[in-house]
Design a protein around this ligand. Structure first.
Ligand code: SF4
Length: 191
């Protein structure tokens, strides 16, 4: 059984795919405990992979993008089976991960790694997208892990003006490599 916090249909508000309609599947639990974490990833219900697919059909129709998030979505043993069920249902699976738990993912899965206190280098190497949280500073210590990625996203923690200013200045100083990523869903009041 999968442990879940919520499933909802919205848009991807952050990163490369900003503005794209997506069904979010928030898996419960996380293996880290970041100071700034404001996500409620406690278990609200249990479901099988088939139950999750059925719920996605019900609320998202044929929406191709399904985003597995958390918590840490790769912390549950049944997540790979869920990924397979979603792919068989014709969904494009995206994963928002802290990158600490090595998981062998199919090539067509989009992996966004947002490094926190540590990262598994194999997950950094597999990442399609790196999203660094700017919380009073740019965490440059993670950058060498993402040498293969042409672009790094800088996301100001909490959309706070001071963090936006730091991220913006950094992106402008390194315009070939860095982009600002804002939590745009919060501007328009959607989850
Ligand atoms: S890794 Fe993400 S979900 Fe887990 S505690 Fe840190 S910010 Fe929260």
């Amino acid at each position: 059984m999968l442990q879940l916090a919520e499933i909802f249909y919205s848009i991807q508000g952050e990163g490369t795919w900003t503005g794209t309609p997506a069904v979010f599947v928030r898996l419960a639990g996380c293996n880290l405990a970041c100071d700034f974490c404001d996500t409620d990833y406690s278990t609200k219900f249990f479901a099988t992979a088939d139950d999750v697919v059925a719920k996605i059909r019900e609320i998202g129709g044929n929406c191709p993008m399904v985003i597995l998030t958390g918590g840490e979505p790769l912390a549950q043993a049944e997540t790979p089976a869920l990924i397979e069920s979603l792919r068989k249902d014709g969904r494009r699976v995206h994963i928002e991960s802290n990158g600490t738990i090595f998981t062998d993912l199919p090539d067509d899965v989009w992996l966004c790694v947002s490094p926190k206190e540590r990262v598994d280098p194999r997950m950094a190497a597999r990442a399609n997208e790196a999203k660094l949280i700017v919380d009073e500073r740019v965490p440059e210590e993670h950058l060498p892990l993402f040498d293969d990625l042409p672009t790094i996203l800088l996301q100001p923690e909490g959309n706070k003006p001071a963090n936006v200013a730091i991220a913006l200045d950094y992106a402008k100083a390194h315009p070939r490599r860095f982009r600002l990523s804002l939590q745009t869903h919060k501007f328009i009041g959607v989850p």
